[in-house]
Design a protein around this ligand. Structure first.
Ligand SMILES: Cc1ncc(COP(=O)(O)O)c(C=O)c1O
Length: 457
């Protein structure tokens, strides 16, 4: 992750007033600086790094501050607000839970928990799959790793315990989630990584041009790992740093390899799920069937909740009381998730993402990339997620400064994205809420076009 630094000196940028965007002050807003200073004083520096906008209200596909500015949102609050920010249906469900009141339940049962598990089970690959609710994405990925290892060890003995993950992968920031992460610098603090966690190259086709599945097998062999030692493979359905998608044939062979060697295949859908890519789950683009699916973020479009959905035999090793969390199925996040899933369904947001991706986002990002081929190494996209990989001219080396400059120029024009991500911080990531109207998406792309012309010349 690059150390992105936005300019905190207010600039008199041109004022903007369109149907979807309004910039009415200097940016950052002079009155907001005291809040940033307070955060800097009381928080670890790690919490800095996002565009200097003080969120006051987020509704639909827009974010508002309290000084009269409105941004078209392309962050979805880091791919959370798939159904849009602050949906009235979700707010109403929360109000009802608050007014009952039912605010916390631990693992005591409540009706919402049963309803949400039923709704999620209906999205699972097998009719008898189980659903386990947690609070964060990292908890879900760690739990999936635990289950895969438990399965391997219980069924085949302690020799089958290796977890394979991918270079460039992100599965969260807790200890286990970082051990399976694919950015070595993020793991320096662990110092001695335990045996049994290996990474293989992700065949993104850009930085890793070798997209053969044989690369997976060769890479395991090079690390001295035999298939019978592998308990699980965990892979983001698309890698967040791109977004990087699995090549079809590679995915098909990965699925078959896991079956052949009784390896638990875990698809991390924390970022990719709930309609984002134009399929309900991104793994559905591929000819494979996961044994475990990790969900988070877009599951509620709002409050923190995550889920592990998986094969009954893998999910049932732990007896009553031994695989739980204090806030598992907490009533408010559950109420939010139930309404969110109903909105996704009722408004056909998966299909909408597919159409807007195919007809608007993908062709326009490709056109921008073709216009600046030396500065934009690749445009990655599917559904309503996209990324422009900024590179030092004519190379594949990331160019975080240019990525930041474009991202910042967009913010000054009323188009909000989170800070650039990916290798070296060179990826401008685009993730509008799935309810974004076509006209607003097109307006956002016009702004991105303008910012590229301004920065890239
Ligand atoms: C693919 C993926 N897995 C896991 C996580 C971790 O989720 P959380 O931040 O909720 O712990 C993220 C978060 O960005 C993610 O993108």
């Amino acid at each position: 992750m690059a150390d992105h630094k936005y300019n905190l000196v207010p600039r008199n940028v041109p004022l903007v007033n369109t149907k979807y965007r309004r910039i009415a002050t200097a940016i950052p807003v002079p009155e907001s600086l005291a809040i940033f200073e307070e955060l800097l004083r009381y928080e670890p520096i790690s919490m800095q790094g996002q565009p200097p906008v003080i969120w006051d209200r987020a509704e639909g596909f827009q974010v508002f501050d309290r000084w009269g500015n409105a941004w078209l949102d392309w962050s979805s609050c880091v791919l959370v607000a798939n159904a849009g920010h602050g949906r009235p249906e979700i707010r109403e469900a929360l109000r009802q839970a608050i007014d009952k009141p039912l605010l916390a339940t631990y693992v005591f049962a409540h009706e919402g928990r049963a309803e949400l598990c039923r709704l999620l089970a209906a999205t699972a690959p097998r009719p008898d799959d189980k659903v386990f609710l947690l609070s964060t994405g990292a908890e879900a990925t760690e739990n999936a790793v635990k289950l895969a290892r438990t399965y391997g060890v219980n069924k085949h003995g302690t020799g089958k315990h290796v977890i394979v993950s991918y270079e460039g992968a992100f599965h969260g920031r807790t200890l286990g989630a970082q051990m399976i992460g694919g950015t070595p610098a993020l793991k320096n603090w662990i110092v001695r990584l335990p045996e049994g966690f290996v990474q293989v190259p992700f065949p993104d086709g850009f930085r890793c041009e070798d997209t053969r599945f044989a690369l997976f097998e060769e890479s395991l062999a090079r690390q001295g790992v035999t298939p019978d030692a592998v308990a699980g493979v965990i892979v983001e359905s698309y890698q967040g740093i791109g977004p990087n998608f699995l090549p079809d044939e590679y995915a098909r062979q990965l699925g078959r390899w896991c079956r052949k060697h009784d390896v638990v295949l875990i698809m991390d859908e924390v970022q990719a799920g709930f309609g984002r890519t134009g399929k309900y789950y991104c793994w559905q683009h591929y000819d494979l069937t996961p044994d475990i699916i990790c969900c988070g973020k877009g599951i509620s479009s709002s409050l923190p909740i995550s889920a592990v959905i998986g094969r009954n035999d893998i999910m049932s090793f732990y007896p009553p009381g031994s695989m739980t969390s204090t806030h598992s199925a907490s009533p408010l996040p559950v109420a939010a998730a139930i309404e969110n899933l109903k909105i996704l369904e009722r408004e056909n947001l998966t299909e909408k993402a597919a159409v807007l991706g195919r007809e608007v986002l993908s062709p326009r990002l490709d056109a921008i990339q073709r216009r600046y081929p030396r500065a934009i190494g690749a445009a990655m996209h599917r559904g309503l997620v996209g990324g422009l990989l900024m590179v030092k001219p004519g190379t594949k080396d990331p160019d975080p400064d240019t990525a930041l400059a474009i991202n910042e120029a967009c913010m000054q024009k009323g188009l909000l994205m989170f800070a650039p991500v990916g290798m070296g911080g060179g990826c401008i990531k685009i993730a509008p809420p799935l309810i974004t109207p076509r006209e607003a998406l097109e307006e956002g792309l016009d702004v991105l076009d303008e910012a590229c012309a301004q920065i890239l010349g």
